[in-house]
Every structure is written in C-alpha cells, then in structure tokens.
Design a protein around this ligand. Structure first.
Ligand code: NAI
Length: 613
C-alpha cells in the first residue's frame, strides 16, 4: 500500500502552509516510505503501535492475526508501561526496559517520557546512563548510532552514507575520553550521545529521525577496558596528535558533505584539552557547540539571573569565586562575563569580578605551575594561594561556584563566612554525582541561617530549615541544550555563537516563577521543560535572525508558531488510506448484460467495423 491518510494530510497541509514546508519537509516521520509493507508496520519502531492498531488497520495493512485480538489505546499502553517499569528494582533494569521500548515502539517511549520528565529523565540520562556506559558491552544489543574508528580514516563519508536516515539535522558525537565523571570509557561512551539525542526528542520535540549519535573510536587509555573481554571498541591506546586532529577534521567535513552546511554538530564529553581547543577551532566555521562548556554555562548563568530577582541586584554587583577551573568552571565564568558586559561594564571590569581556583590554587599570574591556556584570561595579579577558605574571607565573594569534583569542599566555616559576606549568599554546588557536590542544601541552609540561594548539579530531596521546606533547584543542562538545538535546527543557523547561550539563559530565568523563588528554587520544575525548550528555541531563532545567522528566509512572522509546527508528534497516527471517488465515475447508463453494453456502445461509436465475429 502506498498512500496512507497521513501522506494525504501532509500534502494538504503543505498546500495550506508553504512556510511550514521549509521546516517540515525534513521531519515527516509520518510520511511512510513507499517500500513499507504489512509486517514492516510492526517491525519498524517508528511505525509500530503494538496492540493499538485498530482492526480496520490490521486488515487493511495485512497484519491481521499477527497481533492478539485486543485493541488498546495509547493511554492504556502507557499505564501498562508504567506498571511494568515499577516492577523493576534497579535503575539500570528500568533503563534497559525503556531502551527496549524505544527499540520496539518509538512513539510510545516518547509519550511515556512526556508524562513525567522529572521521573524518567534520570533513568534515560544521568545518573543511570553512567552505569549503562560502564556496562555497554553487556547491554549493547541493537545498533543505535555510528561507530567511526581511527582505522576508518579516508572513509568517513562512506560510513555516514550507511546511516539509514537521509535527513539528519543534528549529530552528537564523543570520543569517549571524559564520560561524565567516569573518565575514559572509549567506545563504551556511546551511551552518552545516544542519551543526549534522546533528550533532544523527549525534552524539545526534535524528530528522532533527525538525530544521529556517533562515537569516534580512537582507542582508550583505560587499561581495564583494554583487558576486558566485553569491550567492544578498538583495542589500542588512544591515538593523539596530528592523526587524531586529522580524523576530527575529516569527520567535520564529511558530516557537512553528507548532511549539509548547517547540520548541527554537538561535541560531547571530550577531555578538557581537546574540548576547548576543538571548540575554538570549529565554532566559527561550523554549526557546532559543546554542551559541557557552553550548555553548562548557559544553565548556571540562568540560575544567576534568577538569583538577581531575589537579591534585587545586577550580576555586575556581585563578586564571584569559583572552585574548579575546568571546562564547566571556565565556560560559566566566560558567559557570566559576557552577561555582565551586557549590563554595561567593560570586559576588563567583568573579569575583575571573577576569581578562580583550581587544584593548584588561585589562578594567579605569579604561580609557578602557570595557568592552563583555556583559563588564562582569569589569571589575577595576586599572590598565589591554595587556601580557598582564606579567599572567601579576603575577597568577600557574594557567589560561590563549585565545579571542582571535590565533595564537601564548601565546608561549614566557608558557608558561615559567606553568610557574613552578604545577606543572600549564592551557593552553586555543581559537581556530580551527588557525593561530589561541594555541599548539600542542608549544609548550605544550616550554615547560612537559611539565607542562602542554593543550586546543585545533582538532584537533592527537599530540605527543611527553620520550619520551612526548601525545594532546591538543579542546574541541569537539560533545561537548555535541547531547546538551543531545536532553535538552531529550525532556522538552519550557520553557527551557534555564545550570544545564543546568553539568550537561552535569560529565557530560562524568565521561566522561573515567583512561586519557585519562594520555594528556594532558582530553576523551574523539570516537568516544565518541554515548554521551556520551545521558548528557548524561539529566542534562539530570533537571535539567529538578529545576527544574520539564520539559513531560512524570509523570517517567519510568527516564530512561536514555526516552532510548534516542527515538533515531533508522540501520538499515534491513523494508517488507514484515505479512500475517495473520482467525480462523475457513475455514467448513469444502465445495462443488464454484456451483449447489451456492447450493442449500445457500437451503436454510439460504430467502432466494431472490421471486427471479426
Ligand atoms: P574538569 O575536569 O574539566 O575540571 C575540574 C576542575 O576542578 C579543574 O580545574 C581542576 O583543577 C579542579 N579541581 C580538581 N580538584 C580540585 C581541588 N582539590 N581543589 C580545587 N580545584 C580542584 O571537569 P568539568 O567538566 O569542569 O566538571 C567539573 C564538575 O562539574 C564535575 O563534577 C561535573 O559533573 C560538574 N558539572 C556539572 C554540570 C551541571 O551541574 N550542569 C555541568 C557540567 C559539569
């Protein structure tokens, strides 16, 4: 069967709304390929509806009898999924159940996710995805994403052509060297781009067919993996230097050649040195960003904007002290400075308000170990010190940012000093996982007389202090990167400049309600993330047009509407063909027998002359 109702509807809607076509032409998962036949509807996760195929559909599509007789609604299926999921004890098993669901019925998986993002996000992404990566050799079943190895140099474009989707708009890729806080997991890192792109769809509505996860397997320096019989990657030490750089270069060029100039290329979980170096090299030449650096920065600066609503101060009126000057810390500090510049001070003045400490101590121009290249601009002309607590006393910061991976580094004494420095001290304890948080919300409230504004990187349960319950916010990158990607994809942006991350931060901060702030939360509830992503996408599109970076002209009149029209639909569609008649196909001429019909016909046309009887 070729034409289905959806196909017809798409055509009809294309006629009505040509602008939408610019966007939708790539995203019609509803347009079913001609080659799809009967059993494919069940076998293909993008089309499968399980028992939700109606009897009419089953008979028409030729799948009747292949399913049990009961017909269920999608809502009933969701209820069954929830029940099944509850029966699994460990998060890893829950994750595997969800992965299986995604592999068999894509729409049902994403519809389930949308019913409770806060609950399912930790199962699909952090922290569970960390476990998944560690055991990737064991859980790896169905191909999902591409592996490109160091031995594939010269053939990358050819490999990209093996991917079955031809309208990819976003690629998330890793080399597996710094997977979450777990270090070098080599090819096992594949769980991360898979998970990230899953969130593109679940949290922002990017159609799954537009997303391609890739692992660049250049080996691993993780000796235990090299010796692990379950390891599925190239068994050799990491390739570095020019051979590594050439692979990345060929990869970037091949992606653009295969999927167009404005395919979005998201760097994910690269080690610090490569992350900053490669971002600097490619960000003005490709449509690319690094979530670890820029996404983190955006979400944390959003929290700082929201905190301004409580303190009634501007960003530039604060003093910031960072513990940790890695990709997250320096990314945040850099965007924060951009934000302060927008408030009307010079970049030089902004940088003066930001002090950074790493494992070697204060970033001081006088320290013997020097300052890592990515953080040089934050070096201060001060005496070197490793005494973080003394800096909290002498510099009198009003905001502490922890991105150090050192659990408990914000000691009670440090927090008490913060309470002396300012009326509403801001404490960002961002390190993950939970045990690595620089302090817990309980410690923060207890040691600041409940006056602090607290946010963490990992989720914490509600905290009680002084008879009040605080629901602290989590500076989760998931608030921003899916929405940013959505906006970039829709308007075919050529680049993803830092200004877009600032737009996203401001938009997210505006989504924080007064009620959230009263509960102690400087981030909205995670279940709001779909709406937030849409708003962020609209702000990104507007910014792209302002900066002449959009690849789709003219600018649409209604950007919000444009976003809505692109979104992936998690509801099932009806596969019944749209049957119709030709006008006037009934001639009105009545005949009883074939002979009578022939006689009437020849009488009219005389066309039987010369015919043999
Ligand atoms: P990274 O490895 O690039 O940087 C770590 C930094 O901490 C380095 O500057 C290092 O010198 C410093 N450090 C290590 N030990 C220290 C010590 N004893 N005292 C002072 N500084 C010390 O790591 P990255 O990517 O910057 O991440 C840092 C932490 O932030 C991780 O725990 C990560 O999970 C978390 N993070 C949280 C995010 C969020 O909440 N949205 C997003 C990204 C990262």
């Amino acid at each position: 069967m070729r034409s289905v109702k959806a196909n017809f509807l798409v055509k009809e809607y294309i006629n009505k709304n040509p602008l939408r076509v610019l966007v939708r032409a790539y995203s019609d998962e509803e347009v079913i390929p001609n080659s799809i036949r009967g059993f494919d509807y069940i076998r293909h996760p993008r089309l499968n509806k399980g028992l939700a195929f109606t009897l009419e559909e089953r008979q028409t599509l030729g799948i009747h009898g292949l399913l049990a007789s009961t017909v269920r609604t999608q809502e009933e299926q969701i209820a069954i999924c929830k029940y099944s999921l509850e029966r699994y004890g460990s998060p890893l098993n829950k994750h595997l159940y969800l992965a299986e669901l995604l592999d068999t019925n894509e729409k049902l998986f994403y519809e389930l996710m949308s019913t409770d993002v806060e609950k399912y996000l930790p199962l699909v992404y952090t922290p569970t995805v960390g476990l998944v990566c560690q055991r990737f050799g064991l859980v790896y079943k169905r191909p999902r994403g591409l592996f490109i190895t160091i031995h594939d140099k010269g053939k990358i474009h050819q490999i990209l052509r093996n991917w079955p989707e031809s309208h990819v708009r976003a690629i998330c890729f890793t080399d597996g060297e710094r997977i979450l806080g777990l270090g070098d997991l080599g090819a096992f890192g594949m769980g991360i781009p898979i998970g990230k792109l899953c969130l593109y769809t679940a949290l922002a509505g990017v159609p799954p067919a537009h997303c391609l996860p890739i692992t660049l397997d250049v080996g691993t320096n993780n000796q235990s993996l090299l010796e692990d019989p379950m390891y599925i990657g190239v068994r050799q030490k990491r390739v570095t230097g020019s051979a590594y750089d050439e692979l990345i270069e060929e990869f970037m060029v091949a992606c653009v050649k295969r999927y167009s100039q404005n395919v979005l290329l998201q760097f994910e979980d690269f080690a610090l040195a490569n992350a900053t170096r490669l971002l600097d090299r490619y960000k003005n030449a490709y449509c690319t960003f690094n979530d670890d650096i820029q996404g983190t920065a955006s979400v944390v600066v959003a929290g700082m904007y929201a905190a301004c609503r409580i303190t009634k101060k501007k960003l530039k009126e604060n003093i910031y002290l960072f513990l940790g000057a890695g990709s997250a810390g320096v990314g945040i500090a850099s965007l924060l400075c951009d934000a302060m510049v927008e408030e009307g001070i010079s970049m030089e003045e902004a940088i003066k308000k930001v002090y950074m400490v790493d494992h070697e101590g204060l970033l001081s121009t006088k320290r013997q170990s020097g300052i890592p290249p990515h953080a040089v601009k934050f070096g201060k002309d001060m005496e070197p010190t490793k005494d973080f607590a003394s800096l909290v006393t002498s510099l009198k910061p009003t905001c502490l940012v922890g991105a150090s991976t050192v659990g408990g580094a914000f000691t009670p004494a440090i927090l008490q000093q913060m309470a002396k420095n300012t009326e509403r001290p801001q404490i960002f304890a961002l390190s993950n996982p939970t045990v690595k948080a620089e302090c817990t919300p309980q410690q923060a409230y207890d040691n600041t007389e409940g006056r602090c504004i607290y946010a963490s990187g990992s989720p914490f349960p509600p905290t009680k202090y002084g008879g009040k319950t605080y629901y602290t916010g989590q500076g989760n990158n998931s608030y921003v990167f899916p929405g940013i990607a959505l906006g970039v994809i829709i308007c075919h942006a050529r680049h993803v400049p830092d200004s877009m991350f600032l737009s996203a931060a401001k938009t997210l901060a505006l989504c924080v309600t007064e009620k959230d702030l009263n509960l102690g939360r400087i981030y909205p509830h995670l279940n709001e993330v779909r709406n937030i992503s849409n708003k962020i996408a609209a702000s990104i599109i507007n910014r792209a047009y302002d900066e002449k970076l959009a690849g789709m002209y003219p600018k649409p009149k209604d950007v919000d509407c444009l976003v809505q029209q692109y979104l992936y639909n998690t509801k099932y569609i009806n596969y019944m063909p749209d049957c119709y008649n030709y006008p006037g196909s009934d001639s009105g001429i009545k005949v009883k027998t074939i002979e009578e019909m022939i006689a009437k016909s020849t009488k009219k046309t005389g066309s039987n002359k010369g015919c043999k009887k």
